[in-house]
Design a protein around this ligand. Structure first.
Ligand code: ZN
Length: 156
């Protein structure tokens, strides 16, 4: 994305709406058939009294500039692979550079759920799914289940 147009803004807004409707905590543009480097996320923000507030983040041209050498494991799912979850091991901290809706250059350091979400969504832009991080056996198990589900769907 070289410039922010009204079109880009409305794509970002549509993506956020699709994500909240699903409901999910992140969405990459190519998941909805738009081949642009755009992602939206909302992992919430903890308030002082431990409540979760909405925290929508829209990123244009996100790029990871730092990956921690420490790893964490967390269960992940994906709107593109509905109904399937698996534990994925990823760096526990990232720094991401991106442009905001005003095309201003921004940098964000993230760990915990947001750190995972950023990696998961940027993976999508690069054609990688969370199951690609699993062992071959685990990945094939999930693919086999999806195949079976599709067969059953076609039958009914
Ligand atoms: Zn996903």
């Amino acid at each position: 994305v070289k410039v922010v147009t009204n079109d880009i803004i409305s794509v970002l807004n549509d993506m956020a709406e699709t994500m909240y409707d699903a409901p999910g905590i992140g969405l990459a543009a190519n998941q909805v058939g738009i081949l642009k480097r755009l992602i939206v996320m909302d992992c919430g923000l903890k308030t002082d009294d431990d409540h979760l507030e909405p925290n929508p983040i829209k990123m244009i041209n996100p790029e990871i500039t730092f990956l921690s050498k420490n790893f964490n494991e967390r269960e992940e799912g994906c709107l593109s692979i509905p109904g399937h979850h698996a534990i994925v091991k990823r760096p526990d901290k990232v720094i991401v550079n991106y442009r905001d809706e005003n095309f201003k250059q921004k940098e964000l350091e993230a760990d915990d759920l947001l750190g995972v979400c950023i990696q998961h969504e940027i993976d999508h832009l690069n054609g990688i799914l969370f199951i690609d991080h699993l062992s071959r056996i685990k990945k094939e198990m999930i693919l086999k289940k999806i195949k079976k589900e599709n067969l059953n769907e076609n039958r009914s």
